[in-house]
Design a protein around this ligand. Structure first.
Ligand code: BGC
Length: 247
């Protein structure tokens, strides 16, 4: 079966669509609802149920991209979601509640999976870093196309602050800084990542990838850097793709 429901849970919105995992495209109309506040496990489950119901997808396998480290069936971080997610046994709780097979993946890893298969990372060799700049900064890392899951480069301390607190797209809006200031600061952070990881390619995803030209002109990097091709859809497509992978 090449059609799977992919759901991208974010700090601001929850989006879902049935995805053709062979072609990497939507097979229906995308649905989006706001992330409940507070974003507790029960409230999030209710929102996800609504999406599943709207696609008539009850009982069928789904892929969920989630904004936390997912390891051993649990969510291990909770930077932009309710703190009750720390060490929450999401796999067990949600598969039981939804009575279906669910593959959970970090949201940035999901976006990276889609971009590596269908976008700018297609056939890429060596080390590729994809960053999603949205409510936070998500990261995914690939070596010769293989995902190294659960990296958190948005949590690196840069300029004495957690990088995502000053450099995510939401932080840029809150700080009301110009594209020039943002571009230069982001450049410094990227140079730091470049220094410690020596990647072969960097891809910028998330909503802000649409504005790539406005801030990338201030970059002075050794590594080739591009904006993601699949922009905002990558998280949903990648969540669906993750159901076909073992990691
Ligand atoms: C979370 C990451 C997530 C990123 C983007 C960060 O705060 O720790 O797991 O990928 O936000 O949503």
């Amino acid at each position: 079966m090449s059609r799977v429901l992919g759901i991208d849970v974010g700090g601001t919105g929850i989006k879902g669509c049935i995805v053709d995992t062979v072609k990497g495209v939507f097979a229906d109309e995308r649905m989006k609802i706001s992330t409940p506040q507070p974003s507790t496990p029960d409230a999030m489950l209710k929102a996800v149920k609504k999406i599943i119901k709207s696609f008539d997808w009850e009982g069928k396998p789904i892929g969920v991209g989630f904004p936390a480290v997912i390891k051993g069936g649990k969510t291990h971080t909770a930077s932009n979601i309710d703190k009750t997610w720390l060490d929450y046994p999401i796999v067990n709780k949600w598969s039981t509640a939804l009575q279906t097979e669910i593959k959970f993946v970090n949201d940035a890893d999901a976006a990276g999976l889609a971009e590596m298969k269908f976008g700018k990372g297609k056939d890429a060799k060596g080390l590729v870093i994809m960053l999603t700049l949205g409510t936070g900064i998500g990261s995914s890392l690939f070596m010769n196309g293989e995902l190294v899951p659960n990296t958190e480069f948005g949590h690196i301390i840069y300029n004495r602050k957690i990088a995502e607190k000053t450099l995510s797209n939401v932080a840029r809006e809150t700080r009301k800084i110009t594209w020039k200031t943002y571009g230069k600061e982001l450049n410094g952070y990227l140079q730091y990542l470049e220094f410690i990881l020596n990647p072969d390619q960097i891809i910028i995803g998330g909503g802000i990838s649409k504005k790539f030209d406005l801030y990338s002109k201030y970059f002075a990097l050794k590594t080739p850097i591009t904006c993601a091709e699949s922009m905002n859809d990558a998280g949903i497509i990648g969540a669906a793709l993750a159901t076909k992978l073992h990691f």
